[in-house]
Design a protein around this ligand. Sequence first.
Ligand SMILES: Cc1cc2nc3c(=O)[nH]c(=O)nc-3n(C[C@H](O)[C@H](O)[C@H](O)COP(=O)(O)O)c2cc1C
Length: 170
Amino acid sequence: MDTIEAIHTRRSIRKVKEVEPKKETILKLLESARWAPNHFNTEPWRFTVLTGEGRRKLGDAYGKINQEKVKDSDDSVKEAAYEKGMNKAFRAPVIIVVSVEPSDKGKVKEVEEICAAACAVQNILLSAHDLGLGAMWRTGDPTYTEIMKQSFGTSENGTVLGFSVHWISG
Ligand SMILES: Cc1cc2nc3c(=O)[nH]c(=O)nc-3n(C[C@H](O)[C@H](O)[C@H](O)COP(=O)(O)O)c2cc1C
C-alpha cells in the first residue's frame, strides 16, 4: 500500500474483535509513532500499551471518573458506575494510551509538542491500517481529567491525548 492510498483508505474502525495482535505488530506501531516530526527533537510523546488484564488500569480510571459523578449515591449505584467504567476499557484487545509531555527547553512551544504527538497518533493509525488492523482514536471527557493523568503518570504540564485502540479487522 503506498502512502497516499493508506491516507485515503484509512477509516476509524469501531467493530471489536477480541483477538490480540502479536507483540511484534504492536512494536511496529510504536516504531512508526516515534518517526513523527517533532520540533527541536523533543520526542514529547509517551505510550502505554494495555492488553489483557492490563486494561484494568484504564478501566479503573474510567470507573473512578464515573464514581465521581455519583459520589452522593448509594454504594450499589457507585459500584455499578465503577463496573460500567471498567467495562469500557475492554472494548478492544489492545489500547495504546498516548500522552504528551511538553519539553521545558527554552524555545519549545507547547502547541508544537501537542502537534507532534498528534502526528505520532496518525502514524500509528496509518501503520495499523497498513498491517491489516482495525484502529481508531478515542477520547471523550474522561481523557482530560486529573484521574486519567494520575493513572498514567502524566506530569502537571502533560496531557493524555487519547486512546488508540486496535484489533484485527474483518
Ligand atoms: C482527537 C480525536 C478524538 C477522537 N475521539 C473519538 C471518540 O471519542 N469516539 C469516536 O467514535 N471517534 C473519535 N474520533 C474519530 C473521529 O470520529 C473520526 O476520525 C471521524 O469521524 C472521521 O472518520 P474516519 O477516521 O473514519 O475518517 C476522534 C478523532 C480525533 C482526531
